[in-house]
Design a protein around this ligand. Structure first.
Ligand code: ATP
Length: 375
């Protein structure tokens, strides 16, 4: 793989040579507690799938199960359709990069990268060629003879990536590989990994609790909660059409507005919001008239209006604060006990705090859930 990269002009599209990974009905238990419950996920050849979720939701456990460090109580892991359950980690064709660099401190960068190949007893000339190619892929060839202590965090993580790639893995597993890096370095390495992953078309699973990282790196993301997958879809779909209030709140900011269905109008529902407005929304599933519902509106779905512009579709609120963040203005608003965040383009001076009205933009399509889905 490393010796035959795709031409640079094709770098954006993964070559079709990658391998397919399936997790089929995986359940993992630690003593009495279940850490992963009935997870079925497929990763297509050359795809990056991000496992995203809060601390303790089972991301690392699932990744370690794929790697072969954990034996699941039920379910199986398949590479290209073949179960790998019986194989130890070293024979599953997986390359792993951990959060902590996990380089051997007494070895040079080149020796670290060579380690996995030597363990596989590859011929000396092949080892040398693959080590050089792997270090070049992560742009670390000039540091081949340095020990980890003489490398920065980002450089150590590049060497760790080279080590994982050198064995030409069928599957690349990345466990929070950027967590120990500062923001600028993290962005650098994220782009680097994406570039290398695209170039070699290696099927990748990335564990992260950082939604921005998952959004920017992944082709699809699986949002996990308490050992289960709540949604698996492309990042834009997860953002625009979250499968649950939890997903809406975990990926992006979600303003929660409670209300009741007043009437059905064709494919839309008229909803009386508790904050004191009546809005019309399409619903992906059926709701009964009178049913309590939850509207999860993104900050860019809502707009600030003049307090004097009273309309049935807008509701009274109080602007507490407006913060300029880059090209945007973030308004912090309260309507009774309901707090909201609104995004607007920054134009001129921010409005002063005080009474305002808030309305849903006519083009906005916030997610609508039965109130019982909120947890
Ligand atoms: P984080 O983002 O904090 O790393 P995670 O989503 O990767 O979290 P896991 O590390 O997979 O979560 O842990 C899932 C659950 O299993 C947690 O409740 C955790 O406390 C528990 N757990 C993890 N490892 C063990 C272990 N070796 N023994 C017992 N329980 C464990």
């Amino acid at each position: 793989m490393l010796t035959q990269p795709a031409p640079a002009s094709h770098a954006a599209a993964p070559p079709p040579s990658g391998h397919r990974l399936d997790m089929d009905g995986i359940r993992v238990r630690y003593g009495q507690s279940i850490a992963v419950e009935n997870v079925t996920l497929s990763v297509e050849p050359g795809e990056i799938l991000a496992l995203l979720g809060p601390s303790g939701c089972g991301k690392t456990t699932l990744l370690r199960t794929v790697a072969g460090f954990i034996r699941p109580e039920a379910g199986q892991v398949l590479v290209d359709g073949a179960p790998v359950q019986h194989l130890p980690p070293g024979r599953r064709g997986v390359g792993i990069v951990f959060q902590s660099y996990a380089l051997f401190p007494h070895m040079t960068a080149a020796e670290n990268v060579a380690y996995g190949l030597e363990a596989r007893r590859r011929p000396r000339a092949e080892i040398q060629r693959r080590v050089e190619a792997a270090l070049a892929a992560v742009r670390m060839e000039a540091y081949a003879q340095r020990r980890p202590a003489a490398l920065s965090g980002g450089q150590q993580q590049r060497v760790a990536l080279a080590r994982a790639l050198a064995i030409e893995p069928a599957i690349l597993l990345l466990d929070e590989p950027f967590a120990a890096l500062d923001r600028a370095l993290r962005l650098d390495l994220q782009m680097e990994i994406k570039r290398i992953q695209r170039r070699f078309g290696v099927t990748t699973v990335l564990v992260t609790h950082d939604q921005d990282e998952a959004m920017s790196m992944a082709d699809r993301m699986a949002v996990m909660r308490s050992g289960r997958v709540e949604q698996v879809a492309a990042p834009a779909t997860v953002y625009d059409a979250p499968a649950s209030p939890f997903v809406a709140g975990f990926v992006g900011t979600s303003n929660r507005l409670h209300g009741r269905v007043e009437a059905r109008q064709g494919a839309e529902y008229r909803i009386r919001l508790d904050v004191g407005a009546s809005i019309l929304l399409p619903g992906a599933r059926g709701f009964a008239v009178g049913e309590r519902v939850l509207v999860c509106a993104r900050p860019e779905h809502l707009v600030l209006c003049d307090a004097a512009m009273e309309t049935p579709e807008s509701w009274p609120a109080r602007l507490r604060l407006s913060l300029p963040i880059g090209p945007a203005l973030v308004h912090d608003v309260e309507a009774g006990a309901t707090e909201m965040k609104l995004h607007a383009a920054r134009q001129g001076a921010p409005p002063p705090p005080g009474p305002v009205r808030v309305a849903l933009l006519p083009t906005a399509r916030p997610a609508l859930f039965p109130a019982g889905d909120e947890a």
